[in-house]
Design a binder for this molecule. Structure first.
Ligand SMILES: *[C@@H]1O[C@H](CO)[C@@H](O)[C@H](O)[C@H]1NC(C)=O
Ligand SMILES: *[C@@H]1O[C@H](CO)[C@@H](O)[C@H](O)[C@H]1NC(C)=O
Ligand SMILES: *[C@@H]1O[C@H](CO)[C@@H](O)[C@H](O)[C@H]1NC(C)=O
Length: 199
């Protein structure tokens, strides 16, 4: 039964993740006297350097149909409210991020997460996504965005609430502006400019 195999695999993943995390604490924490919390030397985490401010620019492709579909509705809008804004709708995304506005231009990462229609009278989306980069030294690092996206505004601003890898302790903001929108397919290309402090 495929579903059983899937469950076994999932269970294996859970166990192996547990083993990995519990058997390899950061070397800085191998201290017998350590209990719950202690002050920390910045040097041990490599954050005694000056914080950098970087500007990233790329295009975010929301593709809701066709062979390259990357955006899928997982919760339909609330029928009870019958709002014109699709209030309650949730789309799960694994949207390509490219250097140029064309989908065929260089892939620099994926935007993984979801957006949800969170306003009853205007199309405002709640965005919750991890920008998972694959480009150069940023490969494997990610930036997390959580914010409000009123999609018909020219420029929408959303907070960068953190990150991983090279973006540990990251903070900043992203500005999104729609580059193109295909009324027929619903596909959108959005320019993102992300300003972020990181080490
Ligand atoms: C939803 O609203 C439309 C237009 O206002 C109306 O025609 C329709 O009957 C409504 N549907 C429900 C399920 O309330
Ligand atoms: C799918 O994406 C690839 C590149 O990422 C592109 O070459 C191709 O034309 C796309 N296909 C469709 C149907 O959009
Ligand atoms: C990014 O890192 C992964 C895992 O280390 C590697 O498999 C992949 O080839 C790298 N991608 C690029 C574009 O360098």
């Amino acid at each position: 039964m495929p579903s059983q195999h899937f469950l076994t695999f999932f269970f294996f993943l859970l166990i192996s993740c547990n083993t990995i995390t519990s058997s390899s604490p950061p070397s800085s924490q191998k201290d017998d006297t350590f209990e719950f919390v202690r002050p920390m030397d910045r040097k041990l985490l490599g954050i005694n350097k000056k914080e950098k401010l970087s500007h990233f620019k790329f295009y975010w492709h929301d593709i809701g149909s066709g062979k390259n579909q990357s955006s899928v509705m997982v919760v339909p809008p609330s029928l009870k409210l019958n709002s014109t804004t699709g209030f309650g709708l949730v789309n799960m995304i694994d949207n390509p991020l490219t250097l140029g506005p064309k989908l065929s231009s260089k892939l620099v990462g994926k935007s993984q997460g979801f957006y949800a229609s969170a306003c009853k009278d205007e199309l405002d989306l709640l965005m919750a996504m991890n920008l998972a980069f694959i480009e150069g030294k940023y490969n494997g690092s990610s930036i997390t965005i959580l914010g409000r996206n009123p999609v018909f505004h020219k420029v929408r601003e959303m907070p960068v609430i953190g990150g991983s890898g090279l973006f540990r302790f990251a903070r900043g903001y992203a500005q999104a502006s729609t580059y193109s929108f295909d009324l027929k397919s619903g596909d959108a290309v959005v320019e993102y400019n992300v300003y972020v402090f990181h080490y």
